[in-house]
Design a protein around this ligand. Structure first.
Ligand code: ZN
Length: 185
């Protein structure tokens, strides 16, 4: 699939959303959520090509509507679901012996398989503390929130306890990049 012209995410995201909503809520709730979306976007939940590219702008709408329909707890639960689903694919087998920040580093190395723009860099400060900086990504505050949930979940999956992820720099507050401090026990 050629590189997209607008900033994009892979279509597998839409299937993951549909799967999560269907598994977590009943059919009525799923239909209510679909009704919050533009018909084209609502259909995409079921028809997206997992390997296709779709505009980042659309993932913003999906995340915002998910937060609206299912609350912040819903977003957290979705990320938990999506990370465990992905782990079974691309980094299965690593989680048993890799450190939490090591896992985050491996996962971030795959960033551009899933996003057409953005350059993440991780700096490991010590065993339980690191920073993750994302360059060339300036789309929406909800993406910043979802990224923080992903980082916490990756740490947790690799055995880090009580992860705390705080966004210390943000393009939506005038910084040149977004940066998260990640620490855990
Ligand atoms: Zn940000």
């Amino acid at each position: 699939m050629p590189h997209p012209e607008v900033p994009s995410d892979r279509g597998e995201f839409y299937g993951a959303v549909a799967e999560w909503v269907a598994k977590t809520y009943d059919k009525d709730r799923y239909n209510q959520f679909k009704e919050t979306l533009h018909p084209q976007l609502s259909e995409r939940l079921e028809n997206a090509d997992p390997a296709g590219w779709y505009p980042v702008e659309d993932s913003r709408i999906i995340y915002e509507n998910m937060a609206e329909c299912f609350g912040d707890g819903g977003l957290t639960d979705f990320v938990h679901f999506y990370v465990s689903r992905s782990i079974h694919g691309f980094i299965r087998g690593l989680v048993a012996f890799i450190s939490p920040l090591g896992l985050a580093k491996r996962a971030l190395a795959l960033w551009n398989r899933f996003h057409s723009t953005g350059r993440p860099q991780i700096e490991i400060v010590d065993k339980n503390h690191g920073t993750i900086t994302l360059y060339d990504w300036n789309y929406s505050p909800i993406h910043c929130k979802v990224h923080a949930l992903w980082f916490a979940e990756l740490v947790r999956v690799a055995g880090g306890k009580n992860p705390v992820v705080e966004e210390t720099h943000c393009v939506h507050r005038g910084d040149e990049f977004c940066r998260w401090e990640v620490s855990f026990e």
